[in-house]
Write a protein that binds this ligand. Structure first.
Ligand code: NCD
Length: 351
């Protein structure tokens, strides 16, 4: 089975195939209206969602299939104390695809151990959001034609944003990309991801204000402060970096402004009228991309490349929001990265 957990498990060719199919679908969606006839997609969402959930459901309907699921686990037997494994085992036995969003890192990978159908990661805590990344990449390609040589600003919460983490991890597979990392001190990109950017031969520059860098950018990826992911909310409003019409005046004419949405206060509503604002197109593209993902997932190479190993190392993950901290029956799985041993679920460095 080909799960969609982390785009590192996919070759560039496989991602290109999905993107190409998404472009074909966008041109003529009705051509695909019977492709998933009789199939069922389950969405089990343990965290709120508008776009991801509804675009997956819309995608399945447009392909002629059906959907089941819950958007609030309190309406399922989770509220009676059912463990994650049993929920996944049972729902996956009813469905052909299981789409899962969860507040804990590594939850989709954990689900893939027990699911009898392909699992799509629709966001696991602050970790990854691969289907959002393909949507972002599709929208960049639609407007810019290529991913190499991009000057891309990523602004807002670079610490807890899974859409940011996923997007950077994917883009570093291309060349001559300069990342402009625009954030306040409390929301900076992790050192490990900065190191990955440099190891890939791409580069980054850090900034704390949009005015300083906006004139250089081809793409500006705005993000919301992920308030739900940290305890000390303090006065996060002071950390807000705002995109408004005044700041946008300094940008190139062909800049595109993206945002995975939901927006809170980081983009002023006035910016919506600017032709460079592409975040609503991006949200719509999520439907075509997810239609392509549903279609292609059955054709892709069966083996997930994620290589993990199981050993009696007796090491536990230190990440307090890793699924292994809550679902204690999960097997201890690790991955190797150079000299380091990573948690097989959330990729946190254990040793
Ligand atoms: C993002 C998410 O859930 O990570 N939204 C989305 O899926 N479109 C970003 C966010 O919530 O800020």
């Amino acid at each position: 089975m080909k799960h969609i957990l982390d785009l590192d498990d996919f070759s560039i060719e496989e991602v290109n195939l999905i993107v190409k199919t998404a472009f074909e679908i966008k041109k003529k969606p009705e051509k695909f209206s019977d492709s998933m006839k009789g199939k069922i997609l389950a969405t089990i969402f343990f965290e709120p969602s508008t776009r991801t959930q509804f675009s997956f459901q819309t995608a399945m309907y447009k392909l002629g299939g059906h959907t089941i699921g819950f958007s609030n686990s309190l309406n399922s037997s989770v509220s009676k104390g059912e463990n994650f494994k049993d929920t996944v085992k049972v729902v996956s036995s009813y469905a052909d695809i299981l789409v899962i969003r969860h507040f804990l890192e590594g939850s989709s990978f954990a689900a893939s151990l027990f699911s009898s159908c392909p699992v799509f990661n629709a966001g696991d805590g602050a970790h990854l959001h691969p289907t959002q990344t393909i949507t972002d990449v599709f929208t960049i390609l639609e407007k810019k034609k290529e991913l190499n040589n991009l000057k891309i600003g990523i602004c807002g919460d670079l610490k807890f944003g899974r859409a940011v983490n996923s997007l950077i991890k994917f883009l570093i597979r291309y060349e001559k990309i300069t990342f402009y990392l625009i954030s306040n001190e409390n929301f900076k990109l992790s050192e490990s991801l900065k190191e990955k950017i440099l190891n890939s031969g791409n580069s980054f520059k850090e900034a704390s204000s949009l005015e300083d860098v906006i004139e250089k950018l081809d793409v500006l990826y705005m993000t919301r402060i992920q308030k739900e992911r940290f305890k000390d909310k303090g006065n996060v409003e002071k950390d807000l970096i705002l995109l408004n019409e005044k700041v946008l005046k300094y940008a190139k004419e062909d800049l595109i402004v993206l945002h995975p949405l939901p927006r809170t206060d980081e983009i002023s509503i006035k910016v919506d009228e600017d032709k460079r604002a592409k975040y609503f197109t991006q949200a719509l593209n999520g439907v075509f991309v997810r239609m392509a993902l549903i279609l292609e997932t059955f054709k892709l190479n069966n083996i997930n490349k994620k290589e993990y190993f199981e050993e009696k190392l007796n090491l536990s993950c230190h990440n307090e929001t890793c699924i292994t901290k809550y679902e204690r029956y999960l097997p201890k799985l690790y991955k190797k990265q150079g000299e380091n041993i990573l948690c097989g679920y959330c990729d946190n460095v254990i040793k």
